[in-house]
Design a protein around this ligand. Sequence first.
Ligand code: KIV
Ligand code: NA
Length: 264
Amino acid sequence: MAVTINTLREFKQKGEAFAALTAYDSTFSQVVSEAGVHVILIGDSLGMVLQGHDSTLPVTMDQMVYHVSCVAKGNRGSLIMADMPFMTYGTVDAALDNAAELMRAGAHMVKLEGTDWMKDTIAALSERGVPVCAHLGLTPQFVNKFGGYKVQGRDEKAAEMMIEHACELEAAGADVILLECVPAPLAARISQAVKAPVIGIGAGSDTDGQVLVLHDMLGITTGRKPRFVKNFLAETNSVQEAIEAYVKAVGERTFPAEEHTFKA
Ligand code: KIV
Ligand code: NA
């Protein structure tokens, strides 16, 4: 049976963890989907992983549409989430037009990076039939504002603000929240504060789901390897087995372990 937002809500209600992974092409989409991954993310990380840029900022709508359509063809029942690239949702009108393109290409949900300024945009999308994942914490499109890729929400004031933003964005219509590189205790608080399923990356094991970049979990990260990454291929004999091992570890909450987690 195909995964829908209802499936993710059921996981949260039962206290069971679901697995998400990036894919950018049809073959990996099928492999990831058949391995039991619940959510496939066409991340704008493709700007770094596929295109070799040092940030996600250069990724364009046309490129995202192309990759979403490739992934949609290989998909075998996972929920397809597509990133909206940098500055393609700066206004409500732009967000509506661009989200429509991603949905037409085969996405089931779009992901936007930001905080409370996205309320109107999320409401407009949601009201028109576009489910939204709100990405908070280390939002890579903000790398130039952050002055680097740094853990977010480390002090109590920033933590409380992030909780508030998550609640506000849920109230505006966000169906899923994604937290990147935040201390595990904060991610746990946010996961409890909202009804929407919360997906974490570098956010500890108490979120409702986990996501990783495919290349990272296959051990082909170039450059610096982030703390939250685990190479699942190292313990298995094939790409398929590695992805199955990831889904299993997420379900059993053995991944992420302490060593992959930011404590504060
Ligand atoms: O672009 C991406 O792959 C992402 C995940 C790291 C969450 O946004
Ligand atoms: Na992204």
